[in-house]
Design a protein. Sequence first.
Length: 267
Amino acid sequence: MRYRKGSVVVSETHDLPLLLLVRNSGYIKHEQLLFLAGYDKSKPSLTCFSWRMRRLVTGGFVAMLNERFGGDKVYSITRNGLEKLELCGHTLLSLHSEAQTISYPAKMMHCLVLNDIRLTFLRNHMLDSWHSDVEVCSENLLAGDKYVKDYDALAVLRVRERRLLCAIEYERSTKSHARYEEIRRAISQERMIDAILYIVCEPERLLLVADHLAGAHPGILFVTASAFLRFGPDAYSMRTASMGGLLEELLMQVSGEFHRSHVAASA
C-alpha cells in the first residue's frame, strides 16, 4: 500500500496502544503514558517513545496542551485519533468521533490523579486490568446499566492469591448531602462488583465521605489520595469511621467475606 508523502502511518502494534491509553485516560501526562505503555527510562526506550508521540501529535491523532503540568506535557485524543481507533475496531458508545464534545478540560486534574492511582496499583503488583470511566460508561450504554453507576474506573485487583473486581471512585470535591444520599441508594443495589474503593482528595473530607457512604455496599472502603499514592497497599484505610487498617488487609477481609457469601449462596 502506498501512502501520501509526509503522512503519518499508524502502527497497529506500537501506536494503537498509545492512542487507546490517551483516549481512555481523557488526559494523560507524558511520563504517565510512558510507564502505562510499558516503556522505561533507558535512553533507547525514551527516544523511541518520544518519537512515536511526536508523530502522533504531528499527524493530528493526539493533541498536546499548550500548558505543562508539573513540568510535563499533557495529551488528549483528537477526532482524527478517535476515527483511527474506530477504523481499527476500537469503538466506544460513550466517546466517538461524531460526538459534539470529545474533551472536558474541567476534568483534566481528575484524570491525571486517576492515572497516578492506576500507576500506584501497577507498581505495587496489584493490578490485573483497568477499565476507565469512558469504558465503564460505554459498557453501561451497551448492556443497559450493567453497573449502577458510571464509576471512575473498574479494576481487577490482585490481593495476595485472590482477584477482586473493584470499582474506583476518586472524590476530588465534596458533594451535597442529597447527592450522597442518591449515591448511597444506588451503590446499595450494586451486585456486579466485589468492592468499591473511595479515594478521597483531602484528609479532612475522609470522615465526611465515610459517614455518608459507609455500609452502603458490603465491600466499600475509604482512603485518602495522599496516603494511597505514597504507601499503596500499606495505606491506612477505613471501612467505617471506627474500623480501619492497612488497605491490603481490608481488601483481604472483603475478599474473604465475598468468597464465603458466594459459597453459601451456591450450597
